[in-house]
Design a protein around this ligand. Structure first.
Ligand code: FE
Ligand code: FE
Length: 193
């Protein structure tokens, strides 16, 4: 006797409601960068602001963390971050410029998100997991920024800057990896229970 096989039902695809907006060219401001050197300097000002903001934000993250490894990692990266500020000042000096900070909206957004993650989590493993998540977003932003600035420094033949930027880039990468290992080894499983 032949068995009747049930016809597989076709999955019903839901239509995407996303529409593509009409794109327009962005008009440049009066003081817009013309040369790569200007864009490089603007980028330095941005990350200088961001690093300074981090020297204030990291102690708060450390205070709110519970896990001892996490607290130690944030403390160690705070010490490195103070050095990142100094290295950027050395970059400005190498360019013959005064160190100048320009508000970095992206970092402000990441720090605001970090603050709300802490408000939305109870202290302990769950808040720790949130602090790691927020911190890694910050580190990834820094990695992207320093990677770009180092590439600019290279084509601009700014070797002193390149050296300093690459040192910081490596420390940001190390910090990101350390956070991943802290999350992997203990925290995320604890946060599950
Ligand atoms: Fe940094
Ligand atoms: Fe960092």
């Amino acid at each position: 006797m032949a068995t009747t096989t049930k016809k597989p039902t076709k999955p019903t695809a839901t239509k995407s409601k996303t529409t593509v907006a009409f794109a327009k060219k962005v008009p440049a401001k009066k003081d817009a960068a013309k040369e790569l050197k200007d864009l490089f300097e603007d980028g330095l000002k941005d990350i200088y602001w961001a690093e300074k903001a981090l020297t204030k934000a990291l102690p708060k993250m450390q205070k709110n963390a519970t896990d001892t490894k996490l607290k130690a990692a944030i403390g160690a990266h705070l010490a490195e971050t103070i050095n990142h500020v100094k290295r950027l000042e050395d970059c400005f000096a190498a360019l013959g410029k005064k160190a100048q900070a320009k508000k970095c909206d992206a970092m402000q957004g990441l720090l605001d998100e970090g603050k709300s993650i802490m408000e939305e989590t109870k202290p302990g493993p769950v808040r720790d997991a949130g602090i790691i998540a927020a911190s890694q977003k910050v580190e990834h932003y820094e990695i992207a920024t320093y990677g770009t600035l180092a590439a600019f420094a290279k084509v601009l033949n700014q070797n002193k800057c390149l050296k300093e930027l690459l040192k910081t880039l490596q420390e940001e990468k190390n910090c990101d990896e350390l956070l991943t290992s802290i999350a992997d080894t203990a925290l995320n499983t604890k946060a599950m229970n």
